[in-house]
Design a protein around this ligand. Structure first.
Ligand SMILES: Nc1nc2c(ncn2[C@@H]2O[C@H](COP(=O)(O)OP(=O)(O)OP(=O)(O)O)[C@@H](O)[C@H]2O)c(=O)[nH]1
Ligand SMILES: [Mg+2]
Length: 338
């Protein structure tokens, strides 16, 4: 009989120690978790799994064959075109769940972000947008009620980018609504959930965890675990504003160099983990960061420049910038979110 890890959904196996789902042979009949999940849950140990990230295509085809409700999760720190993935892959009814609301400054209003989100290529199968935080329990009850209201069978799928917080939200819902106090596996590394994973919550609801889309251009794929722990915001971000004049530059760790090449005196507000240091540097004499990949960016005013997975920077006036960051990490612009 095939057995699955209840943490990540991988099919358990004892033949290949380096492959997903591995457990020792003598534990095969009784183990609930694969060895990797057991270590993450008990020792906070992380093991990166190389996934080609294509599992979701088959999984989404199968979700489309059902009529079941889908929660599509988007990390509030990572609002980008991935929202339009819904149009591309999902025909089911969708509740768009914006996660990690706890990291956005309290002064920011939900309605403002909602309006901006609606400007993305929006599809009528999105029946609602709900902001949640699994850390503070914000709107968890509301989300549960909406699920019960809108589900078409007992099955509700959780989809979205890797690290959006799907499994963490499931644990929160288990804690609140299930008598069965198991835990699915969560971690700061991408691709923690490996396979589709059904979690019985109660007689009204079964949640189905899925592996996330891998954004190959997200900084989380390029840095060490220790650095990733610093980069991922853990609590409310305190935005920092720099007034910069043409010719000035900023350096953020060994991750980002921003040169203000041309424009009037301008305001740059950083939304970045509180654990990351920003330093003003002399553009001419300090060359740190120049070995990174350079992007020439033209800001039209009231736009955010996003370094995918690291930060977004609200810039109020027109500006010509040189942005240096790790090769492979996406740098893009959007109309200011905040
Ligand atoms: N601040 C904050 N962090 C969160 C929240 N929810 C999840 N996280 C963190 O986000 C990271 C990823 O969470 P997971 O639940 O493993 O994400 P996932 O979507 O299941 O990821 P995959 O299984 O890789 O697709 C973890 O470090 C969580 O602690 C939240 O509400 N607030
Ligand atoms: Mg997961």
């Amino acid at each position: 009989m095939i057995r699955k890890c209840i943490g990540c959904g991988a099919i358990l196996q004892y033949e290949e120690i380096d492959k997903i789902g591995y457990v020792k042979e003598k534990k095969y009949d009784t183990a609930l978790y694969c060895e990797r999940c057991f270590k993450i849950l008990n020792y906070g140990d992380f093991k990166h799994i190389n996934s080609d990230g294509k599992e979701y295509i088959e999984i989404y085809k199968n979700i489309n064959k059902t009529n079941d409700l889908v929660l599509f999760l988007v990390d509030i720190f990572n609002i980008n075109d991935s929202i339009s993935m819904i149009n591309k892959y999902i025909n089911n009814k969708v509740i768009l769940v914006i996660t990690k609301y706890d990291i956005i400054p309290r002064s920011v209003k939900e309605d403002k972000i909602k309006t901006r989100i609606k400007e993305y290529n929006f599809n009528s199968n999105i029946i609602d947008i709900i902001f949640v935080s699994s850390n503070t329990n914000y709107n968890i009850n509301l989300l549960y009620e909406k699920m019960l209201e809108n589900k078409t069978s007992n099955n509700v799928y959780l989809c979205g980018n890797t690290n959006a917080g799907k499994s963490t939200l499931i644990n929160k819902l288990i804690e609140k609504y299930s008598v069965n106090k198991i835990k699915v596996t969560t971690s700061i590394l991408p691709s923690t959930t490996i396979n589709i994973n059904n979690i019985y919550i109660n007689e009204n609801l079964t949640l189905i965890d899925t592996p996330g889309f891998i954004e190959s251009n997200n900084i989380s794929n390029y840095v060490s675990i220790d650095l990733l722990k610093k980069i991922m915001p853990k609590n409310e971000i305190k935005p920092i504003t720099y007034q910069l004049e043409e010719g000035m530059s900023l350096l953020i760790d060994n991750l980002l160099r921003i040169e203000y090449v041309n424009g009037e005196k301008n305001s740059f507000t950083f939304y970045i983990s509180n654990d990351i240091m920003i330093n003003r540097i002399n553009t001419i004499t300090n060359n740190r960061g120049r070995d990174l990949k350079c992007h020439d960016i033209l800001v039209s005013g009231n736009e955010d420049v996003i370094v995918n997975g690291l930060c977004f920077i609200k810039i109020t006036k027109k500006a010509v910038l040189k942005i240096y960051t790790i090769d492979g990490v996406l740098v893009f612009k959007r109309r200011s979110l905040i």
